[in-house]
Design a protein around this ligand. Structure first.
Ligand code: PMP
Length: 443
């Protein structure tokens, strides 16, 4: 029996409700700990557009936080998942393994950079991929230490929170975290942190905190996601590779947000020519179905004994089917090239906004392919974060029909994660809203 206060499932689908009503129910039923960037409740989403329960239309520059590189509800993804749905939904790979998992692993092994043989294991979330990459690195090297970067985001489980380099709001009150994790500054040319300084910090760490021979891995986002879309200089990644080789340390590339064509490559580290030992992938891999993976050099991956890795839902068949469709779409629709041209358009348009007299807050526009950010500052000399202003811009954007996310240590960086399948017209419509919102926020 249904509760007298709640409509049945079928009734609920047809009931006309409002965002405000749903937000009130949400506030009563769901804890505050999971934040909300918007109070917008979608009724339908297609490619780069979303319609909410009130019928308002939005352009989506968030893509479910970098999950929709191939757009919401791509017909090929839907077709693949429907076909899989009719076959079987879950058998647990550890119990009855299945072909979509194996085929996806084969494909990712071929796509990952480097000539060495690779192997891939699947999980469900980005955090799980990073957590398992660390497990594999520790298990394979027999060493405990891990070096991560300030400002980085690797997930919300206790190990990955330990890796995450931002206290508030992520780590606040949740410690202690697993030990033997160390943070060094991420190089950021815009803020005057050079590659040499970051490398010197690792050197200092080896002298003050942990000897290099006890470090299992260095984990880095080649383009920081939540941290502010800072792009590691390619020569820094090359120097890290060299340092890792010198000390027998494994290099892990966290490609959870930057991967799967977002930057114009399958994996953002490819831009630097560096071959990592392990890659963590998730988000856009399966277009919204929970799927993540660790791709790594076979000899490292096989150091872990059977039973050491896995999970009940890891590599769910529906998600694997979706991911196989995603890989086809990236190839068929030439999304690597599209990412580059889209990124160039967005950067040019945003740099144009920065030249306007009525928009003075744009301190930096940067991007790697279609992963583009606009850093908003109080003034261009001090580069102090314009946090409140950024909040006004994202609120105005929402009012004008654009879902736009901020990121960065002070939430003062606008990030563009629009589906790579969005048309030029939709992208321009969204960018015009960004411009209009910045002018309004400054007034
Ligand atoms: N790594 C990076 C680079 C991310 O951007 C995120 C999510 N924002 C994660 C890891 C964690 O992924 P998930 O939320 O799926 O656990």
């Amino acid at each position: 029996m249904n509760s007298p206060h709640l409509p049945s499932t079928t009734e609920r689908r047809t009931i006309v409700t409002t965002n405000a009503e749903l937000q009130a129910r949400r506030a009563a039923a769901v804890p505050r700990g999971v934040g909300n960037a918007t109070g917008v409740y979608p009724a339908k989403a297609k490619n780069a557009e979303i319609w909410d329960v009130e019928g308002n239309r939005y352009i989506d520059f968030a893509g479910g936080i970098g999950v929709q590189n191939v757009g919401h509800g791509h017909p090929k993804v839907l077709e693949a998942v429907r076909a899989q749905l009719d076959n079987y939904i879950h058998t647990a790979f550890q119990v009855l393994p299945y072909e979509p998992y194996v085929e996806l692993a084969e494909k990712l092994n071929r796509l990952a950079p480097g000539d060495e043989p690779k192997k891939t294991i699947f999980f469900s979330t980005g955090a799980e991929a990073n957590e398992n990459a660390i497990k594999i690195a520790r298990g394979a090297t027999g060493r405990p230490g891990v070096i991560a970067f300030q400002g980085g985001f690797h997930g919300r489980t206790l190990l990955t929170l330990g890796l995450t380099g931002k206290v508030a709001p992520y780590k606040l009150g949740f410690g202690p975290f697993p030990n033997e994790i160390y943070h060094v500054p991420f190089p950021s040319p815009y803020h005057g942190v050079t590659s040499e300084q970051s490398l010197a910090a690792i050197d200092a760490l080896f002298k003050a905190d942990i000897e290099a021979s006890r470090v299992a891995a260095i984990i880095i986002e080649p383009v920081q996601g939540e941290g502010g879309f800072y792009i590691a200089p390619f020569e820094f990644l090359q120097a890290l590779r060299e340092l890792c080789d010198r000390h027998g340390i494994l290099l892990i590339s966290d490609e959870v947000q930057a991967g799967m064509a977002r930057t114009g490559k399958y994996f953002s580290i490819e831009h630097s020519g560096v071959v990592p030992d392990l890659i963590a992938t998730a988000k856009s891999l399966a277009a919204g179905f929970p799927l993540s993976g660790v791709i790594g050099k076979a000899e490292i991956m096989d150091k872990i004994n059977p039973g050491g890795l896995g999970g009940t839902y890891s590599g769910n068949p529906l998600a694997c089917a979706a991911a196989l469709a995603v890989l086809d779409i990236i190839e068929e629709e030439k999304l690597l090239d599209r990412s580059l041209s889209l990124g160039a358009t967005v950067i040019e348009r945003c740099r144009g906004m920065a030249r306007r007299n009525d928009i003075t807050a744009i301190g930096d526009v940067r991007g790697l392919g279609g992963m583009v950010a606009v850093e908003l500052v109080k003034d261009r000399e001090s580069k102090k974060p314009a946090t409140e202003f950024t909040g006004r811009v994202t609120a105005a954007a929402r009012k004008y029909g654009l879902v736009l996310l901020a990121c960065g240590p002070s939430s003062n960086i606008l990030r563009v994660l629009v589906p790579l399948t969005a048309s030029d017209e939709i992208v321009e419509e969204g960018l015009a809203i960004v411009e209009r919102s910045m002018i309004e926020a400054a007034a």
